[in-house]
Write a protein that binds this ligand. Sequence first.
Ligand SMILES: N[C@@H](CCC(=O)N[C@@H](CS)C(=O)NCC(=O)O)C(=O)O
Length: 230
Amino acid sequence: MAIDLYYWATPNGHKITIFLEEAGLEYNLKPINIMKGDQFKPEFLKIAPNNRIPAIVDHDPIDGGEPISIFESGAILFYLAQKIGKFIPSEIRGNTEVLQWLMWQMGGLGPMMGQANHFVRYAPEPIEYAERRYLKETRRLFGVMEKRLNDRAYLVGEYSIADMACYPWTKADASLEVDTEQEFPHVYQWQQTIGDRAAVIKAYEIGDRVRSNTKLDDQARKNLFGDRQK
Ligand SMILES: N[C@@H](CCC(=O)N[C@@H](CS)C(=O)NCC(=O)O)C(=O)O
């Protein structure tokens, strides 16, 4: 099969299954169970030196050369969109606008929500300043999206990789004091539109299947937050 996807069912993982399902590209799903520590296996680290999912290997790159391996979800989305010429405009202004919102997600929404989630749900002891700091940033970023979606259906023009990157993070908002329906109605509407897409429904079904029967036990905490991350 042309594309191997190294994956776990998390917001960053969902971005890529959403893309591949939308694009109808064939892919071989390779679960990397980050709770069990698969992200530290040498064969995975060769592809993803940052010990994080997602990563892909494209065995059929458009230049006809050697397989290309890619880590970082934003880079993967950008690569795949360029590969098939869809979900990103080819003209310079639209292309750059999509890239801006993709970077905004990669440098802002994802990391800030990730830290908020960590301090609210996983920190071994409560650190109030850190919780407030990242919850406040999360709210601010939802506010930025709300303004952006005030007069448009998607973040940039047509449905694009910018939407695919942001959507799974906005869906991870449950414990972060963000009530999109009440407080960010345009984000809520956009979530409904995207969440109803067949490819998105399928991507989440795949996630549920892959993740079934895993839980955050002591070993998983050690893998994700312990000394192995040094
Ligand atoms: N900036 C990276 C972040 C990837 C990331 O944080 N992945 C998490 C799951 S969402 C992971 O693999 N965690 C494993 C670990 O912490 O060891 C991307 O967007 O690909």
